[in-house]
Design a protein around this ligand. Structure first.
Ligand code: PLP
Length: 488
């Protein structure tokens, strides 16, 4: 930290009060850090969700514009209140969306990123962090068996990673005159951000063709092949298949090896949306599920899902780094940015959409550096284990249907007591979800699968003990019985 901890220097008048106040409150700020440790890993009996009344919202709006100066302490208190109104996606009993399994290390990493505020748009400005980012990317591409030519960049998340991949696929596979006939294939259960991002890039809704899913909830190869033939006959120009490694809803994985063969034969770009599931590549027990990821031309991968990072940390990885540069490379640079740079060396700003960007890689690096590779693998394994346990314990009880075997930590099930007619089951399961949340027993949301309501648990937690899992399943079962009695 040489040079960053110099003796106190005189500051201009306009900063005097502020720096003075921060120094004055330094102990309060250190105490705040200690409080935040608790905030970032809630206890079992903390509230899963805090609702706001309309008066609460009015109060929040009142704080929303800065107004006159407030004491630091007051702003800290306000921030605590502001953040209180939320679903604690990091609560150990929250299983909705993809829960946030952040480890404290990750936000300590965020503090380092913000405090140093290295400009990692260019290698000169943020050299140290840029080198770490390059090495992290190299390491991650190795973990998914991409070749040496591979590269990538840290981005804010899966949506942006998917968008960048679509842009690169377009540039590699379509001629300019073909843009309006280009077709992207994605399964009907693929993530909506792919369609959204295609439209951001100027493609019409009609250029995103949905491929059917089979009974195991992944892309039906025959349907894809049929559509490719039919679309070419119509004069359309198929250019990209978007496969999914870890559907958010079901955890299912598309047959990436087979899709890579088709993509190769048909000269299509194969992108894998691994926003949720790519992390399984680091697991000890299940990394085989991601063995084919490296056959993709590009992969989207979120660290803020299953690599325990706080939000805003994802990666886009490509088999050939030059492909990123040919889409995002900058020809004419501002001379102020350019000064002293070797013009041939690729800069982060040549590999992505941002110029000024935080050193995102550092929060994942910091976490992995402290935990080590072996441990992070075990943490991912544990999520798979929790899901398998939940499934086994539900199956051991009466009246529970399991939709599919556990895939990537996701269990989908519904209560189906033989005493209730089928037409009541949707209402029963919706009510189970609501009751569990109301009683703060669990955040488990319903999902619609082919018109039938199921309950879904994404179990990537590392914070539940075996006895907590047993108690949870017991609670789910008890709640179901109560709901059944009430509704029938
Ligand atoms: C979460 C998710 C996304 C979107 O990623 P963000 O980081 O939320 O932008 C895309 N695809 C899949 C499969 C996801 O699970």
């Amino acid at each position: 930290m040489n040079g960053d901890t110099s003796e106190e220097k005189p500051v201009p008048d306009i900063m005097q009060d502020l720096d003075g106040e921060i120094n004055l409150h330094w102990r309060r700020i250190v105490q705040l850090l200690a409080e935040l440790i608790k905030v970032s890993s809630p206890n079992l009996n903390d509230q899963i969700i805090t609702h706001a009344t309309s008066e609460d919202i009015t109060q929040l709006r009142h704080w929303g514009s800065p107004g006159t100066p407030q004491p630091l302490e007051k702003a800290i208190e306000e921030a605590r209140t502001i953040f209180d109104y939320r679903i604690r996606t990091n609560h150990p009993l929250f299983f909705g969306y993809v829960p946030s399994g952040t480890v404290q290390l990750s936000w300590l990493g965020d503090i380092l990123i913000s405090a140093f505020n290295a400009h990692t748009g260019g290698r000169k400005a943020g050299l140290g962090a840029c080198v770490i980012e390059e090495e992290m990317i190299k390491w991650l591409t190795t973990k998914i068996n991409m070749p040496k030519s591979a590269g990538g960049i840290f981005v804010s998340g899966g949506s942006v990673a998917n968008m960048m991949s679509i842009a690169v696929a377009r540039d590699q596979k379509l001629d300019r005159g073909e843009y309006d006939r280009g077709v992207i294939y994605i399964s009907q259960r693929g993530h909506f951000c792919v369609s959204k991002m295609s439209r951001v890039l100027g493609f019409e809704r009609s250029q995103i063709h949905e491929v059917r899913c089979n009974d195991a909830f992944y892309l039906d190869i025959h349907d894809l092949k049929g559509q490719l033939v039919a679309d070419r006959k119509k004069g359309l120009v198929p250019f990209m298949i978007v496969a999914t490694c870890g559907y958010t809803e079901t955890g299912a994985i598309d047959p990436i090896g087979l899709l890579a063969e088709i993509a190769h034969q048909e000269a299509l770009w194969l992108h894998v949306d691994g926003s949720y599931g790519a992390s399984v590549a680091l697991s000890h027990s299940h990394s085989h599920l991601a063995a084919d990821l490296g056959l993709a031309d590009s992969v989207a991968w979120d660290a803020h899902k299953w690599l325990f990072s706080s939000y805003g940390c994802g990666m886009v990885l490509v088999r050939d780094k030059d492909h990123l540069a040919s889409t995002f490379g900058v020809e004419s640079r501002l001379s102020v940015c350019h000064a002293g740079e070797s013009s041939r060396q690729l800069q982060p700003w040549d590999l992505g959409v941002e110029l000024t960007r935080p050193a995102r890689a550092i929060s994942l690096w910091f976490t992995l550096r402290v935990l080590g590779e072996e441990r992070i693998g075990r943490m991912i394994d544990y999520g798979m284990h929790v899901a398998e346990e939940v499934q086994a314990q539900l199956q051991a009880r009466e009246g529970w249907d399991i939709l599919t075997n556990v895939k990537l930590g996701v269990v989908i099930f519904r209560n189906n007591p033989k005493t209730s007619p089928e037409r009541d089951l949707d209402a029963i399961n919706a009510e189970i979800s609501e009751t569990l949340l109301k009683n703060n027993h669990a955040g488990i949301f319903p999902v619609d699968v082919s018109g039938v309501k199921y309950l879904r648990m994404c179990c990537i937690t590392t914070r539940l003990h075996e006895e907590d899992i047993e108690r949870l399943v017991e609670e789910i079962d008890k709640t179901a019985k109560e709901v059944g009695r009430k509704l029938t």
